[in-house]
Design a protein around this ligand. Structure first.
Ligand code: GUN
Length: 294
């Protein structure tokens, strides 16, 4: 039986550490980090994520500024809001929830965010920094995956890693981070030939495709560490819905060395890393040393 990697517990520990650092900042520097989250439209999953982000930001002692705009908001109005938040000294981090409605160009909006407030790490300048190995805000879900892997495995140097999925939000930045850890990295995707055999080569398998339970037990090398980034809502035969990942969890548990569950694996790490990026942005802005252990 594989070990279950408890992302929920790990994230709770990280958030407790961040909350302590936030209290210190208030006491020693009269500084309260602030995160602005912008949601355009009514996408139900996005609404849940944004509500959770707001709650946890406040629970960690930070300021949370939520901006909910109607679906029909024009690109110019959204860009104007982003520019206003760029100028606001109480806002240290800005996150525009994706996906945006089809009439808005997401890259225009992301690149309008001031690079030092880009707590998602999606700004083209920060993507470039990550790819050349310079210090930059690291995208939250990939940062969470890496923390869990290092916690589970220690040094990743020399491991064979396969990332299934090539999105800008997860697949590509995870690959960059694993490369930085001296893994030998393959990025596979929907057009990869012989995908199962490619996955079976992996000591570290990261699934980020958005297809429910796509990765089967016989795609996994015995003893491998499996990180499941997928969050898919599926309907059971009895009409009830449940959350599953991109990996067949039951099958993976019989083959792998360690697996992240869904829910309770990577998901909670994303918000923890967002709070971490916000805290770090506030420290950089005010030239305060980044608290240790982050
Ligand atoms: N939508 C899904 N994941 C993310 C994320 O990490 N950041 C933003 N801004 N939108 C998302």
């Amino acid at each position: 039986m594989a070990a279950i990697i408890d992302g929920k517990a790990f994230a709770a520990g990280l958030i407790a550490h961040i909350s302590g650092a936030v209290s210190d900042l208030a006491a020693k520097h009269r500084l309260q980090p602030g995160l602005a989250v912008v949601l355009v439209g009514e996408d139900p999953a996005s609404r849940v994520y944004v509500r959770n982000k707001g709650r946890q930001t406040k629970a960690a002692g930070m300021n949370s500024f939520e901006h909910r705009l109607p679906e029909e908001t024009g690109e110019a109005a959204l860009l104007a809001l982003v520019r206003r938040l760029n100028q606001d000294p109480a806002v240290h981090g800005i996150l525009v929830q994706l996906p945006l409605p089809a009439h808005i160009d997401p890259s225009k909006v992301i690149n309008a965010i001031s690079a030092d407030k880009d707590v998602d790490g999606f700004h083209i300048e920060n993507v470039g920094r990550l790819s050349v190995g310079e210090d930059s805000p690291v995208p939250c879900t990939p940062a969470g995956c890496l923390m869990l892997l290092r916690h589970q495995l220690g040094d990743l140097s020399g491991s064979r890693a396969v990332v299934v999925g090539r999105s800008n939000i997860v697949g590509k930045p995870v690959a960059m981070l694993l490369l930085r850890e001296n893994c030998t990295v393959t990025v596979a995707h929907s057009r990869t030939q012989g995908l199962a055999a490619v996955c079976r080569e992996a000591d570290i398998l990261v699934a980020a495709v958005g297809v429910p339970e796509m990765v089967k037990g016989d795609w996994i090398k015995p003893g491998a560490t499996v990180i499941d980034v997928g969050i898919n809502r599926i309907e059971n035969r009895d009409g009830q819905t449940r959350l599953v990942g991109d990996v067949d969890f039951e099958a993976a548990m019989k083959v792998a060395g360690a697996v992240t569950p869904v829910p309770g694996g990577v998901g909670p790490m994303t918000i923890a890393c967002l709070l971490r990026n916000t805290l770090m942005a506030a420290c950089r802005r005010h030239r305060v040393a980044i608290p240790p252990g982050l």
